[in-house]
Write a protein that binds this ligand. Structure first.
Ligand SMILES: NC(=O)c1ccc[n+]([C@@H]2O[C@H](COP(=O)([O-])OP(=O)(O)OC[C@H]3O[C@@H](n4cnc5c(N)ncnc54)[C@H](OP(=O)(O)O)[C@@H]3O)[C@@H](O)[C@H]2O)c1
Length: 315
């Protein structure tokens, strides 16, 4: 099978021909028809999890994917050959991922059926970004009329988070560039703040001198300084960061709840997200669809940022 692999941390991704993996007990072999690209993919390739999990090389890149169950291993009851499935497929210890024609999953792992006529490309765009958005908005504990600032709202997580937050009745402030204003307002943002026009914290503080109820920060990196964003949160409010940049104890001393957020894609939440997408209650903008052989170039571009939605790789 064709796959996008790295041969070691921080090496250039290339296309390789690998054997199709064989499903073991409790596993399914999935023929992939689309893979979703996330910043996490290249962070893993750079060694983000090097100290946490053994990695087998050559390592197939990618986590999110959608396809059809080709074959089931011994004891599998939840899925059958021919089922349309999607989810997260990163298996670092076996060197498997989603930028490939085939991959493996545990039948009780982070996979779920694709409902109705939801296209593979849309399903592949959902797992990491939309599950993160869904669960992070839940963690913000919003009630109607409260204010949420989404910092970095123009990308994959942000666009879904706008929709989930707006559905709670919250007032959503979204930071993005000016060319995304119309699209993000259509998704449910009340105000789009152009972060290139003036520093975000200055613009938000001027409009909300009493502070906002919650901030979902998708931008401050690990080791970065969240102080200016924390300064925008009202006493008793919540600051959520997706890059483990917070010291919750320091924030607690200032009366703010700090959450270093990590997504938890259970089969149940994946089923719920897919249903929302299938019924049009969650809209995902596919920014680019690229063939597998162009994925190495696309990954180089993805490192520079500037996502305007989701990029999907098709075999
Ligand atoms: N912990 C978890 O479970 C988890 C899960 C998913 C994602 N994440 C992390 O969350 C972050 C966002 O993920 P994503 O998938 O949404 O990324 P993405 O699709 O690449 O989107 C990032 C967006 O942020 C914008 N941006 C860059 N600098 C900005 C700034 N200073 N202010 C406002 N917007 C800015 C980018 O636009 P421009 O480049 O044009 O500025 C881009 O539209 C990533 O760091 C990712 O690794 C964590």
């Amino acid at each position: 099978m064709k796959a996008v692999v790295i041969t070691d941390f921080r090496t250039q991704p290339t296309i390789a021909d690998l054997p199709v993996p064989e499903p073991g007990p409790g596993q399914v072999l999935v023929r992939l028809y689309a893979a979703g690209l996330n910043p996490f993919d290249w962070k893993v390739a750079d060694g983000a999890l090097a100290d946490a999990v053994p990695h087998a090389f050559p390592l197939v890149m990618g986590s999110d994917g959608a396809g059809v169950v080709e074959k089931t291993g011994p004891g599998v009851t939840r899925f059958h050959a021919g089922d349309r499935v999607y989810g997260q497929f990163m298996r670092l210890e076996q060197g498997l991922g989603s930028y490939a024609e085939y991959t493996l999953a545990e039948e009780n792992g982070a996979i779920a059926a694709i409902p109705g006529s939801l296209p593979f490309t849309v399903a592949a765009a959902l797992p990491t970004a939309s599950v993160t958005a869904y669960q992070a908005v839940e963690a913000a504990k919003l009630s109607s009329g409260q204010t949420l600032l989404i910092n970095g709202a123009g990308g994959g997580v942000g666009q879904s988070a706008i929709q989930f937050a707006a559905q709670t009745g919250a007032v959503v402030l979204a930071t993005a560039t000016a060319n995304q204003v119309d699209h993000l307002r259509e998704l449910g943002a009340h105000t789009v703040i152009d972060f290139t026009a003036a520093p975000t914290h200055e613009q938000v503080a001027a409009a909300h001198p009493g502070g906002v109820d919650a901030v979902l920060d998708l931008i401050t990196p690990a080791g970065g300084d969240p102080t200016t964003l924390a300064g925008l949160v009202r006493p008793g409010g919540i600051l959520i960061n997706t890059n483990y940049a917070l010291d919750p104890a320091t924030l607690a001393a200032r009366g703010i709840v700090g959450i270093n957020f990590g997504n938890s894609p259970t089969p149940e939440v994946l089923a719920a997200i897919a249903e929302l997408a299938d019924t049009g209650k969650l809209r995902v903008h596919i920014d680019a669809e690229v063939p597998l052989h162009e994925a190495p170039t696309t990954l180089t571009h993805a490192r520079t940022g500037h996502a305007r939605g989701k990029t999907v790789i098709v075999p």
